[in-house]
Design a protein around this ligand. Structure first.
Ligand code: GDP
Ligand code: MN
Length: 392
């Protein structure tokens, strides 16, 4: 689950990572104006009006603006609310007392699958696209994968100090930056994050360092340890993907992808193989859906309904291997669920194999469902599904 900036800062703040003075979450121009008025009256010289969307590069897109008067804040409110930033509409705005910046650095912790550990990245060149810095000036980006021992013990002050020194942060801020990194790593672990990124980490005129921006991703698999992350679900913020959210609610294993062939199978291994076969036939999967071992009529109906609801899905490849669940049960599940769903435009290409597959295929043929096409092999099914999606 991705948090927006103000939520990331809230999470940082409660874990001892220094952040700017607390701002105000707003949804209308009037709220933004009132918040600016309040912060200015509290003695802050300026406020920053920031779009809260789950994407980066807000500054470049006009979604981050400084205001030193209420009138200016009103102008920015009008231009930022409703703004489209890389396909994300701005419904929520954060108005924060502005910080004075001396320098901008980069600091992050993330789960690194390849390195099999937690990766800390630190750079003196922050506030800009870190991937770009990594390409043009890789020496300026320090990457350090923590060993399991370091992870278990928590990031030690010595290791943190080593990292900020290696990144060549100025001597005046090193101690503060190392303290902040220790707190950041502890926050990342305690909150079950897979990413905690600060870009920029800023140096203020008094040489203190704070997180001016926050990008946090929480591990969905750890939601049960945090009341389902209910505290982060607030009005006006987009879900990661509405279909993924619905699937999660129903306990369906579903991942939205960017192609046009719906992929539904039983067992994660089979579904992954199905994605590969679709790709081999020149297609792209629109999703990954594992109906699980049973593939009962109920599970099938719920799963199919979810896949068919996605406007990107132009055809569906149903790939089922009968094991304990026999072929005829699977066939009945498909028949019953398509009957329940009524009319829908997409064709389902069904490949059924395993226990009593012949019996299952016979049932499907007899039912002669208008939307269902049978295929004998995975290859044949993939080629049909990809062709149907291309025609649609
Ligand atoms: P992003 O563009 O989505 O990464 O949004 P950021 O929160 O990182 O803001 C982009 C840039 O706006 C920062 O790198 C800063 O240069 C500037 N900025 C953001 N907040 C402030 C602030 O409080 N004071 C000043 N002076 N500049 C800010
Ligand atoms: Mn940023």
């Amino acid at each position: 689950m991705d948090l927006v900036e103000f939520q990331g800062k809230q999470l940082f703040g409660r874990n001892g990572v220094p952040v700017p003075p607390t701002g105000t979450v707003c949804r209308t121009v009037d709220e933004i104006v009132a918040a600016a008025e309040q912060h200015l009256a509290d003695g802050h010289g300026a406020v920053v009006v920031k779009a809260q969307v789950k994407t980066g590069g807000r500054g470049k897109a006009g979604g981050v603006k400084l205001a030193s008067s209420v009138e200016e804040a009103r102008e920015h409110a009008g231009s930022i609310l409703g703004l489209d930033i890389k396909g994300h509409t701005v419904n929520v705005v954060y108005v924060e007392p502005a910080s004075d910046i001396v320098e901008e650095y980069y600091l992050s912790v993330m789960h690194d699958r390849v390195g099999k550990g937690h990766l800390v990245i630190c750079s003196r060149e922050g506030g800009v696209d870190i991937e770009e810095v990594n390409r043009t000036n890789p020496d300026a980006v320090v990457k350090r994968t923590l060993t399991p021992t370091e992870t278990a013990a928590g990031l030690s002050p010595d290791t943190a100090a080593e990292i900020v020194a290696a990144a060549d942060l100025p001597a005046e801020v090193r101690a503060a930056a190392a303290d902040l990194l220790v707190a950041l790593f502890a926050a990342y672990r305690a909150e079950d994050a897979t990413l905690a990124e600060i870009n920029p980490l800023i140096r203020r005129p008094d040489d203190s360092v704070i997180a001016l921006d926050a990008k946090v991703t929480l591990d969905g698999n750890a939601a049960f340890r945090h009341d389902g992350y209910a505290e982060w679900q607030i009005a006006g913020l987009e879900a990661n993907s509405p279909l993924e959210a619905e699937a999660q609610e129903k306990g369906i294993q579903y991942v939205k992808l960017d192609g046009n062939v719906g992929v539904l199978g039983n067992g994660a291994g089979l579904v992954m193989a199905t994605l590969d076969v679709v790709a081999q036939h020149g297609g792209r999967a629109a999703d990954f859906l594992d109906v699980g071992g049973g593939a009962s009529a109920d599970a099938m109906a719920e799963s199919l309904a979810l896949v068919l609801k996605d406007p990107d899905v132009k055809s569906v490849f149903v790939n089922i291997f009968g094991g304990i669940t026999r072929g005829e049960e699977v066939a009945n599940g498909i028949i019953e669920s398509t009957n329940r769903l009524g009319e829908f435009p997409q064709k389902l290409v069904v490949r059924l194999d395993g226990t009593n597959a012949d019996e299952g295929r016979r049932l499907l043929d007899e039912a002669a469902l208008p939307n269902v096409i049978s295929a004998a092999t995975m290859d044949e099914a993939a080629s049909k599904a990809v062709a149907l999606a291309a025609q649609a």
